[in-house]
Design a binder for this molecule. Structure first.
Ligand code: RIB
Ligand code: CA
Length: 309
């Protein structure tokens, strides 16, 4: 079992990733969730997370983080996640509240006497602030497993993925921190895409399946609009990697972050490692995954949670 903190901007795929983690208490001791502005404003993404945890009566603390990128303005992704940031499910009145302690203060406090893995599912603003304010805590970060970046594609711009694009300055700090990083780029997330025909599988009265069905029905609208056969549950890739690294192929690249450019703001520049490499920053990049095994981890996790809640 490993100690983890999930840094997140829920976001449909963030919640699905967290559900898979919650189904594996044998593997993860979730010390807390930290929220950050990304898919939507930090108040909305925090409310979304609190709603889900309250709905399932899960008593894991939530710490609110950055309300905007280090140097840029928020760019909420209503086109993907809706006006609330988690359109689809409807929740009763929420009784769970976030802690008064900030995300960075929580992370720093936990890292004083815990080794932990940070699972980063959002723009890296909180993590960059932590590393900038408290560089001494790096030694206790086992690794940062992050959904972000791309090897050659883009989902927000030609060559940029949203989490990195949204706060490229934060990403540059984190990627160059020398903390061990495992990067799950767009390409490997697409390799684990959920065929839209599978969504009906969750159309049942179990509490968790009902939540998943209502989330996926909304989240799949984006795929339908873009003539895609799969819903890409980006963030879930990080958790499934931690559970089953053997399902993935991994390649080390030298990686750095492009900060600006008409087409390249937030591009993760992935350079082959060779004697005359220009970039000197080796990062483990997930390249491919066994799709059937990947999806079955998701199905098994929801089946398990249906029996628990
Ligand atoms: O590009 C996909 C990433 O951006 C995911 O983390 C999704 O939740 C959004 O935050
Ligand atoms: Ca996310």
């Amino acid at each position: 079992m490993i100690n983890i903190v999930i840094d997140t901007d829920p976001g449909h795929d963030d919640i699905l990733a967290s559900l898979v983690a919650l189904a594996h208490k044998e593997a993860f001791n979730i010390l807390g969730f930290t929220t950050v502005c990304g898919n939507h404003l930090v108040d909305k993404v925090t409310k979304n997370l609190l709603n889900v945890l309250d709905y399932l009566n899960i008593d894991i603390p939530v710490y609110v983080g950055a309300s905007k990128p280090l140097k840029r303005m928020p760019e909420p992704q209503g086109i993907v996640h809706g006006e609330s940031g988690l359109d689809g499910p409807v929740f009763a009145e929420c009784h769970k509240k976030a802690s008064d302690i900030s995300a960075v203060d929580f992370l720093y406090d936990k890292l004083k006497d815990n080794k932990l893995t940070i699972v980063a599912l959002a723009p890296l603003t909180n993590i960059a602030e932590l590393l900038s304010k408290h560089p001494e805590c790096k030694d206790n970060i086992e690794q940062i497993v992050l959904m972000g970046g791309s090897v050659y594609s883009g989902n927000i711009q030609v060559k940029s993925e949203f989490n990195i694009y949204h706060d490229p300055e934060a990403a540059k700090i984190v990627f160059n921190s020398k903390v061990p990083i495992v990067m799950a780029p767009i390409e490997v997330c697409f390799a684990g895409g959920l065929n839209l025909s599978y969504i009906e599988r969750f159309n049942k009265q179990n509490k968790v399946s009902k939540l998943v069905y209502n989330m996926l029905n909304y989240y799949s609208l984006y795929s339908l609009m873009h003539h895609m056969e799969d819903a890409i549950i980006y963030d879930m890739t990080t958790i499934i990697y931690l559970l089953h690294p053997e399902y993935f192929t991994i390649k080390k690249y030298n990686v750095d972050i492009e900060l600006d450019g008409q087409y390249t703001r937030g591009m993760t520049v992935c350079e082959d490692i060779k004697d005359d490499s220009i970039i000197n920053n080796p990062i483990d990049v997930l390249m491919d995954v066994d799709k059937e095994k990947f999806i079955n981890v998701f199905f098994d996790a929801i089946d398990y949670l249906d029996k628990q809640y």
